[in-house]
Design a protein around this ligand. Sequence first.
Ligand code: SF4
Length: 188
Amino acid sequence: MARRTFLDWPVIRQLRGADPTGRGTAVTSERTRRTAPRTAAADGVTDSVCPYCAVGCAQRVAHQDGRVIQIEGSPDSPISRGRLCPKGAASEQLVSFSRRETTVRYRRAHGTEWEDLDLDTAMDMIADRFIAARRRSWQDEDEHGRPLKRTMGIASLGGATIDNEENYLIKKFFTAAGAIQIENQARI
Ligand code: SF4
């Protein structure tokens, strides 16, 4: 590293250079000058929206070799203007966290340990329970004979990471099955 003199003092740089208010290059340290952003090596940046809540902050997703390497707030958004809350700022982990669960985990009734289930088995179990609960709780009409055609035994609680198309299909499916409690985590 080059020998430092009093000319390198921030206040001298401020008075001599092109940054008289001391809010830019005059007060930038050598270490900061050598620092590169995490996105410097990115192949490209794609616009997206934070999936975690109904605020819908805009994001810029940096990727390299087909993998997400960083997610930041997008300054183009009139809602969030480049900002993300701590949860949104950590959303890169949603796709790349090394300890993310990638298999179906199941804890049976009265069980004390989680078990792995293959997806087909898990889907069959859910379908069987859905059909049984609907049959058991079906209300065809009320006590005056007025039609109800509903079930109070099934409810849907969607997560905010579910996208528009999935929410559309879930709403259609549950309504067609007679469920009326159809909610989303973002409204709770
Ligand atoms: S979780 Fe945070 S960053 Fe994501 S949309 Fe909501 S407020 Fe914005």
